[in-house]
Design a protein around this ligand. Structure first.
Ligand code: CP3
Length: 345
């Protein structure tokens, strides 16, 4: 873990500081809405090759920070490099999103957790290069997918609106499912610790599919594995700063925050501001939560809501962000305007 110069505003906020204006980064900030990303991507070959080529991944990580002077860079990679490193077949088809050969109870035993860090060495090299190239006042965010979210892709073979394949598997094959979750918890701990050691200041746990779960399933599949990851990382790095993003946690958000011990909880855009302010403990940091489609449309629809979000979380540590990833249709000028607003314009 790198030292924490006071000037790293976003890192200081994760650690509990309240700033005059919230630091800001944008979920999926390196991506197809940027012409410089599209240009490099067209030269890079496959998406996974881009993730595993440190030169190119470093450049793509830095692009949005350079263009917008954001407060943080997020490592350019994907949550699905972990199944790939475990030996599952993962492909990214243009226009289709990720495609995996779905696991069965039997094939879980063929995963190769002992090889994960070796296979992810190029990603860790990207972390080192980004930290070396990044201005000292910028925070570097590492990440991994949370076990349930990664498992939905590993078991379903693709993204799905309701994660039915994984939800059925978890109920029908509880032992095999628990084995898969144990593997994902253990490799995630090692991978995040390695990212910190390579120069990440903060890591984010992306639980993008925390929705569609009853409270028992939420406790078992979301809260408990994320709690184990936070505890496992902190056994090796006691003060490790961690942001948790349980998208769709709804009424379970306070239980998630309390049980996992994350420093900051990421709010999706459906989370009501006053509900979050009232249910989350006073000192706990929050991140979010503008609807990405307001950024597509811009103008009053974006500006008024952005100001409401800033106002709602004044008085607690707040990192401004979208409530989910930026979409490819987003005009650059709207991102520039959002930054002015968040920074007091
Ligand atoms: O945020 C960043 O700029 C860092 C890079 C990053 C990517 N994916 C790059 C990417 C991060 C943090 C992710 C996380 C990720 N990946 C999540 C969690 C966040 C979320 O949005 O919920 C998930 C669920 C994935 C899995 C994934 N990867 C999907 C569903 C897709 C296809 C949909 C899409 O957005 O295209 C990807 C591909 C992907 N990951 C792209 C990028 C830039 C687009 C691929 C391309 O350029 O062709």
């Amino acid at each position: 873990m790198s030292p924490a110069p006071a000037a790293r505003r976003l890192l200081a906020t994760v650690r509990g500081a309240i700033q005059p204006t919230p630091p800001i980064w944008i979920m999926r900030q390196a991506g197809r809405y940027l012409p410089e990303y599209r240009e490099l991507r067209s030269r890079a070959g496959g998406f996974l090759e881009l993730c595993y080529t440190p030169d190119l991944a470093t450049e793509v990580t830095l692009q949005p920070v350079r263009r917008f002077d954001l407060d943080a860079a997020i490592l350019f990679s994907d949550i699905l490099v972990v199944p790939d490193a475990l030996g599952q077949e993962v492909r990214f088809e243009t226009g289709e999103g990720p495609l995996l050969t779905p696991l069965s109870a039997a094939s879980i035993g063929a995963l190769r957790p002992e090889r994960v860090l070796e296979r992810l060495a190029p990603v860790l090299e990207t972390v080192r290069r980004v930290r070396a190239a990044l201005p000292d006042d910028k925070t570097l965010i590492g990440f991994c997918g949370s076990p349930w979210t990664v498992a939905t892709y590993m078991l379903g073979g693709r993204g799905s609106p309701d994660q039915q394949a994984a939800r059925l598997f978890a109920l029908r094959e509880p032992e095999a499912f628990a084995r898969l979750m144990d593997i994902l918890v253990d490799v995630s701990v090692d991978y995040l610790v390695a990212q910190f050691r390579a120069g990440a200041d903060v890591v984010q746990l992306f639980e993008s599919w925390a929705l569609n779960l009853d409270e028992t399933a939420f406790a078992e599949r979301v809260i408990e594995p994320n709690r184990r990851i936070v505890a496992g990382v902190r056994r090796q790095l006691p003060d490790a700063p961690i942001i948790g993003f349980p998208r769709g946690a709804a009424g379970m958000i306070a239980a998630y925050a309390e049980a996992t011990g994350v420093n900051v909880v990421g709010l999706d855009y459906a989370t009501p501001l006053q509900f979050a302010a009232a249910t989350l403990p006073a000192g706990l940091g929050v991140q979010g939560n503008l609807d990405p489609l307001r950024l597509v449309v811009g103008g009053r629809q974006m500006e008024e809501r952005a100001r409401e979000i800033v106002a709602a979380f004044r008085g607690r540590p707040h990192i401004f962000n979208l409530g989910h990833g930026i979409v490819p249709e987003t005009p650059i000028a709207h991102v520039e305007r959002l930054l002015e607003i968040v920074r007091g314009g």
